[in-house]
Structures are given as C-alpha cells and as structure tokens.
Design a protein around this ligand. Structure first.
Ligand SMILES: [Zn+2]
Length: 127
C-alpha cells in the first residue's frame, strides 16, 4: 500500500525542510536557517521524525544533536543551547528548565529576553 503525503504539506513545505534535509544529508557541513520562534516546536518534531525514520532511537537523538544544533536570537544575539531549547519545548533535563517568564515568552512566539522584539530564531548547525 502506497502512503500518500498530505497535499497541504507539499503545497506549502515548511521553511525548515531544506535545513533538515541538509543537516541529515550532509552532517559534516555547517548550515543555518532562520525561522519563526513559533515554528520551533514543529521544526523539532519534524527533525526527530526524520531521524527516527532513519532508524535512530529516541535516546540517541539528543546525543547526535548535542553540541551541533544551537539557536541564536537574530536581534539580541542570545544563544540558546539545544538543552535549553528542549526545556522551552517541555522536554529534556529538568536542570535545563527555563524560567516561567522565558517559557511564557517562548509560548507567545517571542524571544526569551524581556525587551527584545524578535519573533525569530536563527538555527545553527555545526559539524
Ligand atoms: Zn532576542
């Protein structure tokens, strides 16, 4: 039985799709992608789904991404580690859980820093 992809996904591929394809296809090459902060949770899900489809188990995914995938605010330059981003998405190590204020701003699609007007995040991949 042939599984069809949803037509909607084909008509409007998320902006991070080429970034995910790039870091999985060429993990030894640095890459970057600027997305809306509000899109980060769906990016995270899409990346994990793609890695799982390649046979990676849940417990190995964090190890593969650790130290390679980070985020930076394009306006205030705040750097967000993968562990912190996991915390913002309600996952990961309890020690990395962000403050309630940071969580509230992230949930609203805004930079975690009070006073920063950014609604975007620059995702960085390094080899
Ligand atoms: Zn910022």
């Amino acid at each position: 039985m042939v599984r069809k992809k949803p037509l909607r996904a084909q008509a409007h591929p998320p902006p991070y799709d080429p970034f995910i394809a790039r870091i999985i296809g060429m993990p030894g090459q640095p890459a970057q992608c600027r997305i809306q902060l509000a899109e980060y949770p769906s990016f995270r899900q899409a990346l994990r789904a793609r890695l799982q489809a390649r046979g990676l188990h849940e417990e190995h995914i964090a190890a593969v991404l650790h130290g390679r995938l980070t985020g930076v605010c394009p306006i205030c330059q705040e750097r967000l580690s993968l562990e912190y981003l996991e915390g913002l998405c309600g996952a990961g190590d309890p020690a990395g859980i962000p403050s309630p204020r940071a969580l509230a701003r992230f949930a609203d699609g805004r930079c975690i820093n009070a006073g920063c007007p950014s609604r975007e995040i620059l995702l960085l991949w390094r080899s």
